[in-house]
Design a protein around this ligand. Sequence first.
Ligand code: PRP
Length: 207
Amino acid sequence: MDVLVVDHPLAQARLTAMRDSRTDSASFRAALHELTTMLAYEATRTFKADTFPVETPVATAVGTRLANPPLLVPVLRAGLGMADAALSLLPESSMGFVGLARDEHTFEPRAYMESLPGDLTGKPVLVLDPMLATGGSLEHCCRLLADRGCTDIVVLCVLAAPAGIDRLRNSGLPLRLVTAAIDDHLNDSMFIVPGLGDAGDRQFGGM
Ligand code: PRP
């Protein structure tokens, strides 16, 4: 599994704002929005483009557009904060949704919502979730996509833990990972350390 760490200084500055416990919800959401734009920009660098003629005021030039716009899949709740930025950058995209909540005791994901096209054959998919901790949630989501015939999944994360990367790598699913950082470890509550806390709560408030 390919892993790309986007170490651009502007991306790292947004990540720093998200890590800072003094950052309020509005500023946290703004930093996540901007960081997602940068992650999606890097993730789509290798996407294929079609060419077509475009008339400038002077002459004909070669224009380009994405050959196969992706399906965007934010993982609710925390991934919702990445959806708008990704859709703005990729306005030709369509969007599906997966709702997952991690059980506080078993740490396994519980699915509560699934709204995806039935057939994803030949469709690239960008999965949006700020946190890859144990990897249970993203493995579950990517398996739903693979079960529908998807063979080209890119996962966009803000933070990844080594355990989660290992789990996705061992899953054998057809995916690559784009993240702003790989953190040190998971604590006993399966939170990423040093991390940024709970990305859902920090955007939307506690449940
Ligand atoms: C968080 C996060 C990921 C998941 C990561 O969501 O947004 O989806 O946990 O953990 P994992 O890699 O160990 O599965 P959570 O279940 O807290 O739900 P929320 O997005 O509604 O806050």
